[in-house]
Design a protein around this ligand. Structure first.
Ligand SMILES: Cc1cc2nc3c(=O)[nH]c(=O)nc-3n(C[C@H](O)[C@H](O)[C@H](O)COP(=O)(O)OP(=O)(O)OC[C@H]3O[C@@H](n4cnc5c(N)ncnc54)[C@H](O)[C@@H]3O)c2cc1C
Length: 383
């Protein structure tokens, strides 16, 4: 997400950019599926939003909270920024967002996408000056003016640079499912609550749904052969009987919050989850990656015509702006996670509904539903 965003941001300005990705296939997509208006505007400016819409993006219209013993408890309209296609949150399978973003980048004349594994960094005189890659049995060295590590939470670039990180583990894991079939009302995010916890279901394109179950550490996560998992879900929530759930399309996620101590060293920066991994409670990880990449490109491009000191100044400015923004976004998502997933709030459907009301509590701390993490990046005025 961060790498392909950066390739679009730099490529749209004609900057020669090499995007190196080790996977040559779409991965299991049990990650972020929701993109919010502020980020959609950026994707629109890169021509990616039209491509996502052509790929079947679903515009979400409602957030719905239901309790097993009461039915629907609350319905909230999704916040709408404006009447343009970028004005309303969309749901797209994560692997399709990655594929579409990458395909759009690859169409830019100055961008090349290579399938290879980055195995290390090249350094000269205290600067990062390129990477070592392995492709099949061949090892190569590639020199670059700037290297951006967009290699996710377990970033090997961050490790090789010796940048420390703060990491927080949560007690609640998520069992993610991809299911065929829709729930009513459609085009909505649904939280279903019972005495065991939460099942969240939301719309995906082509009549599919994404669902996740919150799973406290130590609770049951393995189910026997099909239809055991489906029976478990439908046994808890008969309303979900129309979903076709198969164990092969389920995956357990251990979520973490992680913040790198710094976001740059001379010649090299970190972007996306490599720099900041957030709890999915805010549905803002992709937005942080995309807005961060857009901002990094804005700062970096003018410096590329100048000397290395100017490049490093741009990287320092990126950190000065985006690290505090990430801290606030991570804290807001963490607070929301503690409220809605790490507590017993699911036992009180009305209180839970108030906590996910997109017009109230959720956005109170910023960087929640539909908020713009980039707005948090406004530099603090100095006196
Ligand atoms: C369960 C869950 C739900 C989420 N829900 C949402 C949501 O609704 N909305 C939202 O905005 N965000 C959400 N997120 C967060 C979002 O998915 C991530 O923040 C975002 O995908 C991070 O993108 P990234 O590019 O930084 O990292 P990654 O997606 O991890 O990408 C890193 C890439 O680097 C490649 N790579 C790694 N090492 C190497 C190497 N040595 N050589 C070459 N390539 C390498 C990997 O193959 C991978 O493609 C969710 C996350 C999770 C876990």
């Amino acid at each position: 997400m961060a790498g392909a965003s950066l390739a679009n941001a730099l490529g749209s300005r004609g900057i020669p950019t090499l995007l190196i990705e080790r996977l040559d296939r779409e991965r299991h997509g049990a990650r972020g599926d929701l993109l919010h208006p502020p980020t959609l505007r950026i994707l629109d400016s890169w021509g990616v939003l039209d491509a996502l819409r052509a790929d079947g993006a679903v515009a979400l219209r409602e957030l719905v909270v239901s309790a097993r013993d009461r039915g629907i408890v609350a319905r909230y309209p999704t916040p709408v920024r404006d009447q343009t296609p970028a004005g309303r949150t969309i749901a797209v399978p994560h692997e399709r967002i990655e594929a579409v973003l990458s395909a759009c980048a690859e169409r830019r004349p100055s961008v090349t996408v290579e399938r290879a594994v980055v195995t290390g960094l090249l350094r000269e005189g205290g600067r990062v000056v390129g990477v070592r890659v392995r492709e099949g049995g061949n090892a190569r060295e590639l020199r670059a003016r700037v290297v951006i590590g967009c290699d996710g939470t377990r970033s090997s670039v961050r490790r090789e640079l010796g940048i420390a990180e703060e990491e927080h583990e949560y007690a609640t894991d998520f069992l993610y499912l991809e299911a065929e079939g829709e729930v009513a009302p459609p085009a909505a995010v649904h939280w279903h609550l019972d005495r065991e916890g939460i099942v969240c279901v939301f719309a995906r394109p082509r009549g599919e749904s994404r669902a996740f179950l919150t799973v406290r550490r130590g609770m049951r996560t393995s189910f026997g052969p099909d239809p055991a998992l489906r029976d478990h879900v439908v046994g808890r929530f008969p309303d979900l009987a129309r979903l076709r759930i198969a164990k092969a399309r389920a995956r357990l996620y251990r979520v973490v919050r992680l913040l790198a101590e710094r976001f740059w060293v001379p010649g090299c920066a970190l972007a996306g989850d490599a720099a900041h991994t957030t709890n999915p409670a805010g549905a803002t990880g992709m937005s942080l990656a995309i807005t961060g990449a857009a901002r990094l490109a804005e700062l970096l491009v003018p410096a590329l015509d100048r000397d290395d000191a100017a490049v490093d100044e741009a990287l320092a400015a990126y950190e000065a702006e985006r690290r505090p923004a990430a801290v606030r976004a991570l804290e807001a998502a963490h607070a929301q996670a503690m409220r809605i997933y790490e507590s017993d709030l699911f036992r009180d459907a009305d209180a839970f509904a108030r906590a996910v009301d997109p017009a109230a509590a959720w956005t109170a701390g910023g960087a929640g539903w539909g908020e713009d993490p980039a707005a948090l990046a406004a530099p603090t005025p100095t006196t």
